[in-house]
Design a protein around this ligand. Structure first.
Ligand code: AMP
Ligand code: MG
Length: 319
């Protein structure tokens, strides 16, 4: 029997009983548990095979409940929260002492966000506790953007995926931390940099090349298909290097017009937002086609294109 269900009361019962439920958000599906239940949180880590040094994002239902989670809220954090919540931005702030160490990997900061999905907001409003919810995929593999992705990863491990359809943004939240009360981007994500800078001014980015990462979504290899996958500037010339192989290609807007290869075009009209929303689903689809190789195209390095390139770089071998 399928574990996919729209029954919110069932989700409430399971979560109250310290079980896990996969929940829809506008970014990707999350594997959720009660932040105050050690049992639930431990099973998030074991189900995902996620290392304990990798802290979790806490999900709350409104800006007002932020005070239950954190202590100091810098002025620019307030501006950002009011501008983007509910939405695809995670803030990393000083935690208060009710937040268990296992959530934050022992750090004195906690990552928190108000997701923008009607079903999950309804769920969070009815629960007397916030939810910790990392992406609902085994550690290192492609993030899930549809209930079926979660089901194929975890059908033997969890009892329920709350069905909220396909994720609208389809790429993880933008993570913003603070140093000396100034915001810093720890992970590029579903928000456009320009929109953030319109609220708080020029912002620095600490996204890449972290050896011991502050944000473990930053590990060099992450979000990866099991098929050998390459990221290149010129897909058609790379195709020539794999003659005789079963090839899948993932391109931004222009078809290669080669009938011998499997092709997914992310946005024929050239919309980066549409491309981001289809990115992981397309990687899942190509990964399931028993191909010898997947070749993906580098995106223009602006706006969401930068976030897409970040994820593709971690998912692939760059040439
Ligand atoms: P996921 O939900 O799987 O996309 O992963 C959550 C991301 O949030 C990871 O990259 C974490 O490292 C990051 N994160 C969570 N808590 C913190 C924190 N206290 N400081 C920095 N990054 C954090
Ligand atoms: Mg993840």
């Amino acid at each position: 029997m399928s574990i996919i269900s729209k029954n919110i009361q069932k989700a409430i019962a399971l979560l109250t009983n310290e079980q896990l439920v996969a929940i829809p958000t506008e970014t990707v599906y999350g594997l959720a548990g009660n932040i105050y239940s050690e049992k639930a949180i431990k099973s998030i880590f074991s189900t995902k095979k996620r290392p304990f040094f990798n802290p979790l994002i806490v999900h709350i239902h409104s800006v007002n409940s932020l005070v239950d989670i954190v202590t100091d809220i810098p002025e620019k954090a307030k501006l950002l929260a009011n501008a983007f919540w509910p939405g695809s931005m995670t803030l990393v702030l000083k935690k208060n002492n009710t937040i268990p160490d296992i959530i934050t990997a022992g750090k004195d900061t906690v990552a928190v966000r108000v997701p923008n999905h009607p079903l999950t907001l309804k769920l969070l409003k009815q629960l007397p506790f916030p939810l910790a919810a990392p992406s609902a995929n085994p550690f290192g593999s492609i993030s899930p953007t549809k209930p079926t992705h979660v089901e194929s990863y975890f059908k033997n491990d969890i009892q329920m995926v709350l069905d909220g359809g396909s994720c609208k943004n389809g790429i993880e939240s933008t993570i913003i931390g603070f140093e000396n009360n100034e915001p810093i981007i720890y992970r590029l994500g579903a928000l456009d940099l320009e929109d953030i800078e319109a609220v708080v001014g020029k912002i620095s980015i600490k996204n890449k090349e972290e050896i011991s990462p502050d944000a473990p979504g930053m590990l060099a290899r992450h979000y990866a298909p099991t098929t050998r996958t390459f990221l290149v500037d010129d897909v058609s010339s790379e195709v020539k290097n794999h003659q005789g192989k079963k090839i899948g290609i993932l391109v931004f807007k222009k078809s290669l017009n080669n009938e011998t290869i499997t092709e997914i075009i992310l946005s024929e009209k050239g919309s980066l937002k549409e491309a981001a929303s289809k990115l992981y689903d397309s990687l899942h689809e190509l990964d399931h086609q028993k191909l010898d190789v997947i070749i993906t195209e580098k995106f223009p390095n602006n706006g969401l294109g930068t976030s897409i390139n970040d994820r593709l770089q971690r998912a692939t071998f760059s040439l």
